[in-house]
Design a protein around this ligand. Sequence first.
Ligand SMILES: Cc1cc2nc3c(=O)[nH]c(=O)nc-3n(C[C@H](O)[C@H](O)[C@H](O)COP(=O)(O)O)c2cc1C
Length: 190
Amino acid sequence: MNKVNIDPNTYVYPNPVTLVGVEVEGRANFMALGWISRVNSKPPLIGIGVNRTHYTAKGIQEIKTFSINYPNAEMVEVADYCGIVSGTKVDKASLFEVFYGFLKNAPMISESTLCMECKLIETVQLPTNYFFIGEIIASYTEDKYLTDGQLDIKKMNPLLLTMPDNNYWTVGEHAGKAWIIGKKLKGNGS
Ligand SMILES: Cc1cc2nc3c(=O)[nH]c(=O)nc-3n(C[C@H](O)[C@H](O)[C@H](O)COP(=O)(O)O)c2cc1C
């Protein structure tokens, strides 16, 4: 075995870069977030890890809704900015055209390629973070990001994040069709 032992403080590699939208103290705020995962199939639940000290955490606890917004690669600067300044100090919502969906209080970003509005279902208290679990109530995109009615990653051109080297990336080449390509290794009848 020629593995090398690296720092166990390792991250999911890579993470998507998203912007969490929430209303805090009566106004919209957006925070950069990489720690996100779909965590249940039906109903569609999504989990996000938010540091307890963030203004966003206060908002989600109070209003019990939030949104997830995907910036594209051209939005890298503004996405990073939303991850280095706090809504306690600056109005980050003024950077975007903000819209609302069914929930009426989960602010979303018009410039995003994909937006999801979520209702808070459960909060898991962890030592430094809250793990907020939200149900996706509705998702929004535009025709220009779809191919045959489905989201097209090349058209969306999302940002990826690697940690702890802290770099942004774009998506590379298509490697195969999921749940299909492995069938080549199945024996007859298996
Ligand atoms: C690319 C990127 C990803 C981030 N991901 C997370 C994350 O997953 N969870 C978290 O708590 N903070 C994350 N942060 C840090 C927050 O976005 C940052 O502290 C932000 O200023 C908090 O904003 P707020 O105080 O307005 O809520 C990230 C920052 C960057 C730049």
